[in-house]
Design a binder for this molecule. Structure first.
Ligand SMILES: NC(=O)c1ccc[n+]([C@@H]2O[C@H](COP(=O)([O-])OP(=O)(O)OC[C@H]3O[C@@H](n4cnc5c(N)ncnc54)[C@H](OP(=O)(O)O)[C@@H]3O)[C@@H](O)[C@H]2O)c1
Length: 255
């Protein structure tokens, strides 16, 4: 089958369309014919070679975590799924959804919503579940609270802005000036240019969702009493410091 591969770390140009074997479906797995896959922010760092302690030195490497497509092969007694069902999902342990087929455990997929195309659906699994987990489950965002989304124009942040509005929050997005209109269209009440705004000068927020991974101590000081900071990224240039912070707790409150 065809798959996106790269033989060395570097810019997007290192990617090429190569040939790899169609994955062999293990017992209990579902073979999905991929219609669309998306690119998440973290993968850009991976392909650029900025997290080699995770990605290693073996090539060719594959790319893509999210996918949407149709069931191609399945054991119907085990899953209830049928060949041809529209599904979306996230690969578990490896990259490689930018390919014609993936073979996954049933819990990695769900029926794709009928009101979006499979291409639109592929943009949502990782960014959507990350935002939902961060805002609803970790931060417990409530109606009427003030939410700051740092990285509001990105794959995760653009969902967080919409989810924040759906949960009834007042949403401020921190994004690049060129994307301000896009973030406003998503529903943000206020958009600030991250290149022209010092974090230390920001208002105080009940919930701050950070998708950039830097300056956590400064962000914590922008929390209102009882506020919660959720960060889903680490500082790529200071991974040890950042991972230590994240391992401490993904959610930091301020009393
Ligand atoms: N995508 C996922 O499902 C997922 C899941 C878990 C964790 N993560 C992690 O979350 C991080 C972001 O992922 P993503 O997929 O959302 O990336 P992305 O689509 O590349 O978006 C990143 C966004 O951050 C903005 N940005 C960059 N520097 C900023 C700053 N100093 N202040 C405010 N905004 C800034 C950029 O805005 P402008 O372009 O407007 O300047 C860009 O739109 C990555 O580290 C990734 O590993 C992602």
């Amino acid at each position: 089958m065809r798959a996106a591969l790269y033989d060395s770390y570097g810019p997007p140009e290192v990617l090429y369309e190569g040939r790899v074997p169609v994955p062999v479906r293990k017992p209990g797995e579902v073979l999905v014919r991929v219609h669309a896959a998306s690119v998440n922010g973290g993968e850009l760092h991976g392909r650029a070679g900025r997290v080699r302690f995770v990605t290693g030195r073996r090539f060719p490497q594959r790319t893509g975590l999210d996918f949407a497509g149709e069931v191609a092969e399945v054991d119907p007694d085990a899953t209830g799924l049928r060949v041809g069902d529209r599904v979306w999902g996230i690969l578990g342990r490896t990259f490689g959804s930018a390919a014609e087929y993936v073979s996954v455990r049933p819990r990695q997929i769900a029926y794709a919503p009928g009101n979006v195309t499979l291409t639109e659906a592929a943009s949502l699994p990782a960014g959507g579940t990350t935002s939902l987990t961060a805002l609803r489950d970790k931060a417990g965002l409530r109606a009427g609270e003030r939410l700051l989304v740092r990285g509001a124009s990105g794959g995760v942040g653009s969902v967080a802005v919409q989810l924040g509005k759906a949960l009834g929050a007042h949403v401020t997005g921190l994004a690049g000036a060129k994307n301000a209109d896009f973030v406003r269209e998503l529903g943000a009440d206020e958009v600030l240019d991250h290149r022209a705004t010092a974090l230390a000068d920001l208002d105080r927020y009940d919930v701050i969702m950070d998708t950039v991974g830097t300056e956590h101590p400064v962000l914590r000081r922008r929390l209102a009493p009882g506020g919660r900071l959720v960060s889903i990224a680490f500082d790529i240039d200071h991974p040890v410091r950042s991972i230590g912070y994240l391992l401490g707790s993904a959610v930091h409150g301020r009393q």
